[in-house]
Design a protein around this ligand. Structure first.
Ligand code: ADP
Ligand code: MG
Length: 254
């Protein structure tokens, strides 16, 4: 069975999607079989891999709401070994449509249990909220990886996320672990970035990944070419940072 990792932080713009796409692609380049699950209605990780989501008729929405088998929704990507479970804007409605359903937090876990042995890693890109979609991700996952942007108020909201993780452990997914916190958009020239790093290390100790993802324009350009950074500019700092992060994840889990 593959390890399921949710990339979660209810703040928008902290690097969840960038981390999900590029960690997934880097793990593939290290010869792992990887499924990227796009659970954000914005579908940025689907479009960032060059998938035209508007044309898709079967996506994460049908998997969660209609219980369509996940295997029927998976798409290949330009990177061999990297599969995608795409999202769609209609996923916005899933929270409301599932409101009366019992075990509605467990839909994704059920869907992935049928396919997880086909992969070494299943990476879930979460939306910027702590609603039902993120709860489904945290219930399905064995680990959660938290991207934190190196900026003012970086730690704001983390308490709420940690509390949600605690509640999920108590009621839905006892085994959920915090795999680690990764600092994103780090600017070595800014004292602020270094302060954020120190503060996170004080708070999370050795659960802060040694790899720090620096601010790198290649990371923001790559999605418009429909590629992970490793295919867009393999020598860029962004590509090297995410490869280093993937190596740390492999050291953790093999
Ligand atoms: P989230 O999914 O948490 O909303 P994104 O991954 O979409 O965050 O990142 C927000 C924006 O910042 C995007 O435009 C993305 O391209 C850019 N970005 C993310 N990480 C970096 C980085 N390390 N260097 C430069 N730009 C980045
Ligand atoms: Mg995103």
């Amino acid at each position: 069975m593959g390890r399921i990792i949710a990339i979660a932080n209810q703040k928008g713009g902290v690097g969840k999607t960038t981390t999900a796409v590029n960690l997934a692609a880097s793990l593939v380049s290290l010869e792992k079989r990887v499924l990227l699950i796009d659970l954000d209605p914005q579908a940025n990780s689907s479009s960032g891999l060059g998938i035209r989501v508007a044309d898709l008729e079967q996506t994460a929405y049908e998997v969660l709401v209609d219980e369509l088998p996940a295997a029927e929704v998976l798409l290949p990507t330009d990177m061999e070994g990297l599969m995608l479970l795409p999202s769609h804007i209609n996923l916005v409605g899933a929270e409301v449509e599932l409101i009366e359903v019992v075990h509605r937090e467990q839909r994704l876990r059920k869907a992935l249990s049928a396919i997880s042995d086909q992969f070494d890693y299943l990476i879930i890109d979460c939306p910027p909220s702590l609603g039902l979609l993120t709860l489904n991700a945290l219930t399905a996952a064995q680990g959660v990886l938290i991207p934190v942007q190196a900026e003012y108020f970086a730690l704001e909201g983390l308490g709420q996320l940690l509390n949600t993780i605690k509640l999920v452990r108590q009621s839905l997914n006892e085994a959920l672990e915090i795999d680690g916190v990764v600092i994103t958009m780090f600017d070595t020239r800014l004292r602020l970035s270094n302060q954020v790093q120190q503060e996170l290390e004080r708070y999370f100790g050795d659960r802060v990944y040694k790899t720090v993802v620096q601010r790198n324009v290649r990371l923001s350009e790559a999605p418009s070419y429909g590629k992970p950074v490793i295919l867009y500019d393999a020598l860029s700092m962004g590509a090297r940072n995410y490869l280093a992060l993937a190596n740390e994840v492999l050291q953790q889990h093999g």
